[in-house]
Structures are given as structure tokens and as C-alpha cells.
Design a protein around this ligand. Structure first.
Ligand SMILES: Cc1cc2nc3c(=O)[nH]c(=O)nc-3n(C[C@H](O)[C@H](O)[C@H](O)COP(=O)(O)OP(=O)(O)OC[C@H]3O[C@@H](n4cnc5c(N)ncnc54)[C@H](O)[C@@H]3O)c2cc1C
Length: 371
């Protein structure tokens, strides 16, 4: 064997494993089908602005160890995620908080807002929500559901809210304080200089081959290392032997504008069903508070994010974790144990679950010990 470890995919999960393995003296080969490292957290430079090429990425965590861990690789700015929702000509703050309620109903105090929501929840009379629509209404009432959740969620998932499982929005943050901070986590920010620099440091000391798909020559890749960590799609790995897992995809349209400031916020969600995109990202605002220079740049880069159905060959951004797909995934894990015990399936595609970056780090650090 030429290498101790082959990592398929150069995303965050592989980066954490590579860093540990290289430090403990292992010889590591990384192959990546794209022309860059860093996976979906990759940031590229356009007009001297860090662009989140695969969607906006905000690092946030409640885990102090994870925060300390990631801060080895970058300094973080003090970006706080405070997205705005646009419904027709109305603008609302997110997550749902006193600013949202006050704009929606003209209420001023938490008691007034609570009473309004309770009144709507009571009127709906839902005791056991059977789907996402019922779940949302039972949590926040009908106005917020209709204006801020329904259209956005249906666009995102390509299904009616009545056909989506309730658990997707079990943790809808509703706050009776004037606080627009989207996350509850005590630690959040954007790495100064972008995420790609983090990946560069993580993979330092490993051999990297870009534009290299594992499936282009799997026999020789299988033979080149004692152990393999695979962070691509587990169903593709087994040539869809048990059937296809479902994913949701996205389409990004990015443009440079001759404008200093287009929308005044890093993220604006479009919550109407008739607007085809779900959100508009203005990348320079991720730097705000850290680099006034970025905001003074006379140009700006914006991205329209469109949800898309997934078919083979498209980017599989989100696993569809419903019962059917979860049980198929379980069958694939059994197949993996039986047929390929030397392969560790990791990351959001290998494990077929949506993972934020902090969770990827926690899982990868635990798996690195095992490996
Ligand atoms: C739109 C969007 C927004 C997000 N926003 C946030 C956020 O704000 N905060 C947060 O914490 N997390 C966010 N995430 C989640 C974050 O992207 C993931 O946690 C992280 O990227 C997962 O890392 P990974 O290594 O598991 O997978 P990936 O980053 O997907 O890396 C896997 C890599 O494997 C490569 N690969 C696949 N198959 C093969 C093959 N056959 N051969 C070679 N290479 C292969 C792929 O090209 C890819 O580069 C977001 C995700 C999306 C989709």
C-alpha cells in the first residue's frame, strides 16, 4: 500500500481527518472531483470579495471545544446572522421575534404578541400536528405561517407543506424579545479571509489530487491505501444497488453589480411562492464589522439561490431525511459493513444527514479516533 489513508472528497469532514492523520505521521492521499478543496464551505474571490460559492455559510456552535478547534485555523469576525424576510412589499426580521411581531401586528409588548399568537393557535385547534403545515401553525399561528413559512418551505422542498413531515421545523425559534440573532449558539462568525484558507491548513501535509473522481478508477484507488474514508454519496458508492436515495439540489446565479450596497443585509429570504428564488445573498455583508474596506468596495456580488429537484449528476445539497430514505440509508450501512469494512462513510453525504459544520467537526474528530 502506498498510503495509510485515502480520503475521497476534500470537504470539512475529510479536512479534520486529514489534519489528525498527518499529525500522527500517516501518509494521506486526498482525491476531489471538483477543481478546489473545501467542499461546500468553499469561498472564492470575486472583485476582492469572499464569495460563498455553494450557499451562505455561517459558522455557529454551542460547543466551546469545537469553537477552540476551528479557531486554530482562522480568526473569526463578529458576524451575527440576522437575516431579513421579504414577503411582497413587506419586510420582516428573522428569526420570529418582537421585531417581526411588531411589524406584523403593530404590537409592542411580549404579552400582546403572545396573545396574538395564542389566539391564532387556538383558532386552528391543532392538537397533534400531522405535517409541517399543522406543526408550524401550532407553533406560531396562521399569519406567520402564511407570510413567512409556507411559500419559502414549499419552494425549498418542492412539496406542499401538508406533504412534509412535521419534524423538519420542530425547532422553530420564536422569541419574545427584540433580538434578531438567528442562532442561539454563544459562538458564531465568519473566518476572516474565507473558509478555503481553513481547508488549506487542514490538508497541509496531505497529497491532494483535484479533478479526480474516485469512480474514474476505483480499482486502483481501492488498492492504494489500507483504509478509505468516503465522503461522497453512499448510494453512488454501491452503484445504487439497493435503489436511489433522494436529495434536494440548488442552483446559484451570481452577478457583480456596480453598487456599493444592494440590499443592506447578507441574506434576504423571499417568502412568497411566486418568486422563484428562495434567497438573495450579498456576500460583502459577511465581512461587515471586520472589514469596512469590503463594504466600501464600489462593487458588490450577489447570488440568487434557487431550489432545484435533484437527478443523478446534479449536486446533492440536502438529503431528504424522511422515513423512506432513512430506512434505505440504513440498508446501505448494513451493506457497507458486510461488503466494505475498511471503508468509513463520513460527512453529510456518507452519513446521509444534514450536518452543520460544527456537527461535522464533532463527528469527524470522533471518527478520526476510530480510524
Ligand atoms: C446551501 C448550504 C448552506 C449551508 N450553510 C451552512 C451554515 O450556514 N452553517 C453551517 O454550519 N453549515 C452549513 N451548511 C452545511 C455545510 O456545508 C456542511 O456541514 C459541510 O460542508 C459538510 O462537509 P462534508 O465534508 O461532509 O461535505 P462536502 O462539503 O460536501 O464535501 C464532500 C466533497 O466530496 C467530494 N466528492 C463527492 N463524491 C466524490 C467522488 N466520487 N470523488 C471525489 N470527490 C468526491 C465533493 O465534490 C465535495 O467536495 C450548508 C450547506 C448547504 C448545502
Amino acid at each position: 500500500m502506498k498510503y495509510d489513508l485515502l480520503l475521497v472528497g476534500a470537504g470539512l469532514y475529510s479536512g479534520v481527518i486529514a489534519n489528525k492523520a498527518v499529525k500522527s505521521g500517516k501518509k494521506v492521499l486526498v482525491i476531489e472531483r471538483r477543481d478546489h478543496i473545501a467542499g461546500n464551505m468553499y469561498t472564492g474571490k470575486v472583485e476582492n470579495i469572499n464569495v460563498h460559492v455553494y450557499g451562505p455559510h455561517i459558522f455557529h456552535t454551542s460547543d466551546r471545544n469545537v469553537w477552540n478547534y476551528i479557531n486554530q485555523f482562522a480568526d473569526f469576525n463578529r458576524f451575527t446572522n440576522t437575516p431579513v424576510a421579504r414577503y411582497k412589499d413587506e419586510i420582516y426580521n428573522l428569526p420570529f421575534n418582537m421585531n417581526t411581531f411588531s411589524r406584523m401586528w403593530g404590537v409592542k409588548t411580549p404579552d400582546e404578541a403572545r396573545a396574538k399568537i395564542d389566539e391564532q393557535i387556538k383558532a386552528a385547534g391543532i392538537t397533534e400536528p400531522r405535517n409541517l403545515e399543522e406543526q408550524a401553525i401550532s407553533l406560531v399561528g396562521s399569519d406567520i405561517y402564511e407570510k413567512l413559512i409556507k411559500g419559502y418551505t414549499e419552494k425549498q422542498w418542492g412539496r406542499k407543506c401538508t406533504e412534509l413531515p412535521a419534524f423538519i421545523i420542530k425547532r422553530l425559534p420564536v422569541r419574545f424579545v427584540y433580538d434578531d440573532n438567528y442562532f442561539n449558539d454563544p459562538y458564531q462568525g465568519i473566518p476572516i479571509g474565507g473558509y478555503t484558507a481553513i481547508a488549506e491548513k487542514m490538508f497541509d501535509g496531505a497529497e491532494i489530487k483535484l479533478n479526480t473522481d474516485y469512480f474514474s478508477d476505483r480499482k486502483s484507488f481501492d488498492e492504494c491505501a489500507d483504509k478509505i474514508v468516503f465522503t461522497g454519496m453512499i448510494d453512488e458508492f454501491f452503484d445504487y444497488e439497493l435503489g436511489e436515495l433522494e436529495y434536494r439540489s440548488l442552483r446559484f446565479e451570481t452577478e457583480v453589480l456596480d453598487k456599493e450596497n444592494y440590499q443592506g443585509s447578507a441574506i434576504v429570504n423571499y417568502t412568497e411562492a411566486s418568486v422563484p428564488y428562495t434567497r438573495v445573498i450579498e456576500h460583502k455583508h459577511f465581512e461587515f464589522g471586520c472589514s469596512q474596506q469590503a463594504v466600501k468596495n464600489p462593487k458588490t456580488v450577489i447570488t440568487h439561490e434557487y431550489p432545484a429537484t435533484w437527478k443523478r449528476g446534479d449536486e446533492p445539497y440536502y438529503p431528504m431525511n424522511d422515513e423512506k430514505n432513512n430506512s434505505l440509508y440504513l440498508e446501505y450501512t448494513k451493506l457497507a459493513q458486510a461488503k466494505r469494512p475498511n471503508v468509513i462513510f463520513g460527512g453529510r453525504l456518507g452519513k446521509y444527514k444534514y450536518l452543520d459544520m460544527d456537527k461535522v467537526i464533532i463527528e469527524a474528530l470522533a471518527d478520526a479516533e476510530r480510524i
